[in-house]
Each structure stands twice: as C-alpha cells, then as structure tokens.
Ligand binder design. Structure first.
Ligand code: SF4
Ligand code: SF4
Length: 297
C-alpha cells in the first residue's frame, strides 16, 4: 500500500494513493473483492507506507502481549506529521524490504487486529470540515493501484457495506477524537505558534503509549489537578478502550482548552505550593504535565 498522493490526504487517516478523483458517500457503490484466490494475493502488503493510529496500537499490543511502548519500539518508526514535528508513527517493514513486518506466506499474520489503513485499503478516507461548519464530515475515494486486481472482481457493494465488512467503523469510532486533534491542530495553522516540547510529549503519550498514560493518571501531580472519582479512575485503569478515549479528551483539554475533565478548584495553589517547597529553579519540579490543562482556558 502506498500513500502520499496529496499533502491534504497525506495527513489524514487512513490514507493511500492513487486516489480516484470521485468523492463517494456511504451509500455509493464500489466494485471490489479481495480473497485468497486473487492472483495478486499479498501484493499490497509487499510495498507498504502505513501510518499507525492510537487504536491500531491498542489492538496490536494486546494481540502480541506487549506494552504499548514495547510495540512502538519494535514495530514502528517515528516521523514528523507536520511542520511543527507532531509525532507520527509508521508500521515497520522487514529489513531491507518494503514488505510489512507482519506479512506471512499465508497472508496477514495479525489479520483480526490489522491496522485501520489495511482495513480501508481500496478506499481512501478524509475528514473534512466544510466552510462555516464545526462538524467534520467523512468523504471517501476509491484507491486503485495497478497491482491490485480486486477492482476487477465481480462484486459490487456500498461504501457502508465495505466499511462494515472490514471493521472500519469500530476503528473510526476509537480514533475519531485523535483525528479531530490533528485536524484542529492543522487548521489552526502556523499563526498560533509551535506546540511546546511538553505538549508534543503529551501528544505522544496520549496517542501512542496508553500504558504510560495509565501510570500518569495515578501520579500525585495528575490527581492534584483533576477531579476524578475513584470509581471512574478504576474503570480507566481496567479498561484500555475507555482509557484511550479519556487520554484523547485530556489531550484536547491540554492543547485546545476544551474542558471535559473537571479540574479541582485549588489545583493551581497546591501545585505552586509544592513547587516552592522543592529545591531547584522555581517553577520547575520536573512534573509539570497536568499544569497546562489546569491552566488552560
Ligand atoms: S498488517 Fe497485515 S494487512 Fe496490513 S500490511 Fe501488514 S500484512 Fe498486510
Ligand atoms: S486484491 Fe488488492 S487488496 Fe487484495 S491482495 Fe490483491 S492487491 Fe491486496
């Protein structure tokens, strides 16, 4: 699978090329089928350029029995998503090849938990915010690569049916808040300035390291700032899907001041008192993560 057809699509999830220049809705039909009997079986997995999403990591780390940081270190390569170096990850290939690290002779080695981009393949998707509208709308395109014979298979189905068959809905649901963050960051443009180093670190953790985020919400610093009851915290600790959803809400609060997590009224005073009681340069206690969210409008 190859991406990078246009700058706009390059930063969307998932993305691919070459994109047919016809915008499709959920009820439009496509002609496509992919099965083990096609002559090109596995061809698309031999030339990949796949951006990894937060929910991809959740599914794959669980399948492989790894911590999120272990999965990222073993199976992904970092790249800069934009001119502000927003951190992105691409799925690794086998050494010296363009072949997916999970490809086996018999097909995908992680099929039930394959990334969103693999599920979408044959379709490209873009979230667009139309002029004068706050809502993000999904539009779709057919992606036709020469090696893919699936487009010649005698089967038609709607975009909606294809997405359902491939399990795209579940992935989109879990990744939607993340896509919103990326879209919002990009649409704000360079005038708002580069995110701080700490914001980039929080983006990285909330997006790609759910295990570290689980530890983070149990730190004194976090709990001094945020008003989360014990039952909710236990749910978050035990349920990774909900933890990811919470991490992305936290990210929106930190980056854009979208307040959805209650902040304790005395949070700022307590933090300042704790900083003052510590040695070292004033205002630097080495644990300033939640401050941005507490201070945000
Ligand atoms: S994860 Fe599976 S489907 Fe996706 S590129 Fe790799 S082998 Fe192919
Ligand atoms: S039909 Fe297309 S998607 Fe299916 S294996 Fe062949 S190249 Fe890959």
């Amino acid at each position: 699978m190859v991406a990078d057809d246009s700058d706009k699509i390059k930063t969307e999830l998932p993305y691919a090329s070459p994109v047919q220049p016809v915008e499709l809705g959920l009820d439009d039909e496509i002609q496509f089928n992919c099965h083990k009997g096609v002559a090109c079986f596995n061809a698309c997995c031999k030339n990949i350029d796949i951006q990894i999403t937060p929910y991809d990591i959740l599914r794959l780390k669980r399948r492989l029995g790894l911590k999120s940081s272990e999965f990222v270190a073993r199976y992904t390569t970092p790249f800069a998503m934009d001119f502000h170096n927003m951190p992105g990850l691409k799925l690794n290939t086998k050494p010296g090849t363009s072949e997916c690290v999970f490809l086996k002779e018999e097909g995908c080695g992680v099929y039930e938990d394959r990334p969103a981009a693999c599920r979408y393949y044959a379709l490209g998707s873009m979230g667009v915010r139309k002029k004068d509208s706050a809502a993000v709308e999904d539009i779709f395109f057919v992606v036709k690569e020469d090696h893919c014979l699936g487009h010649q298979e005698p089967r038609t189905l709607t975009v909606r049916q294809y997405r359902s068959e491939q399990g795209c809905d579940e992935y989109d649901e879990h990744n939607r808040a993340w896509r919103d963050v990326i879209l919002k960051k990009r649409s704000s443009g360079p005038t708002v300035g580069a995110p701080s180093e700490r914001s980039l670190q929080l983006f990285d953790m909330c997006s790609y390291d759910v295990d570290s985020f689980r530890e983070f919400i149990q730190t004194q610093g976090f709990n001094e700032v945020f008003d989360i009851d014990e039952a909710t915290k236990k749910t978050l600790i035990d349920d990774e899907d909900q933890l990811l959803e919470f991490a992305l809400r936290f990210l929106k609060q930190v980056l854009f001041g979208e307040q959805s997590i209650p902040v304790k009224p005395d949070a700022r005073d307590k933090r300042l008192a704790r900083r003052k009681s510590k040695p070292g340069p004033q205002g630097d206690d080495g644990d300033d993560g939640p401050d941005a969210a507490a201070d945000s409008p």
